[in-house]
Ligand binder design. Sequence first.
Ligand code: SF4
Length: 343
Amino acid sequence: MPRLRRQEGRLRDLPVDGEKKVLLAAPRGYCAGVDRAVVAVERALARYGAPVYVRKQIVHNVHVVRTLENLGAVFVEEVDEVPEGAHVVFSAHGVSPAVVRAAAERGLHAIDATCPLVTKVHREAVRFARQGRRILLIGHTGHEEVEGTAGEAPEHVTIVNSPDDVDGLEVEDPANLVWLSQTTLSVDETMETVRRLRERFPELQDPPSDDICYATQNRQVAIKRIAPQADLVLVVGSANSSNSVRLGEVALEYGARAAHRIDDASEVRQEWLDGVRTIGVTSGASVPEVLVQELLDDLADAGYADVEATVTAEEDLVFSLPKELREDAAGNRDARALGGRGR
Ligand code: SF4
């Protein structure tokens, strides 16, 4: 992603009591699912030529979307906006079977960039629905991922937005319940929702494995380590990025004196830095690293040049590309196309 035009010296270096410092979270930024989805759009553009249509934002980051638009991607809300016969990429958040059918009926060439960890939750929903179970899907109503997962079995899914929803739930058979979740939630809040659900429905069944993905969990663990030492936490990420918003909430819960989510460095306000010695910095799973580096440059202008990494996990997971894009036009595969294992 190209660097933004930086306005040097926008933030002033004002005195504070003690040393100024940045604690930089690791892991932060791009996860394997976001990387795969962005590369999928780039490869589709290279292979089929512009325009390539993308249903919804490919990932929830305004800078990524603008960069891909400049390369020739056209973002639409629904597949009926895509010309018949064109290529359309489904976003990392996943789609319901109804969207897949609508694309096929329009004769579109669909490329599915749904994160494999979201697809895993879809499969669980299908399996539990076939068993006739009521699925309590913990997640945010209206979020694209939740719409996609619920759309796998709409008759069987009840959405639970937060612990406060639990008391008002009405279910037909309390002995036939299983819970699933959106992949990008707060781990702590989700566990609280499950605790409240189990209090009401003791026979509630757990999913076979964690639905909150490794990337969401790892980024929350890193900011939990930093937060108690931070006068201020800055989270780079867009407002509609669930995991980015959660990082700010988690930072405050774990002791940060203040936390702000910003799309990029230009949104940092001078008054946020008043009396601040230690700034925690992290970024959501859909955020290109260049945006963090630009923030660090601006913070250095303001006297926060001492940057210390707080590393709580190493990540090396790479997902294979959607099958349509694993070979170039000449039939060659590269290492990126095949994916790899990691954490
Ligand atoms: S945040 Fe998690 S579920 Fe979402 S795209 Fe990244 S790895 Fe996949």
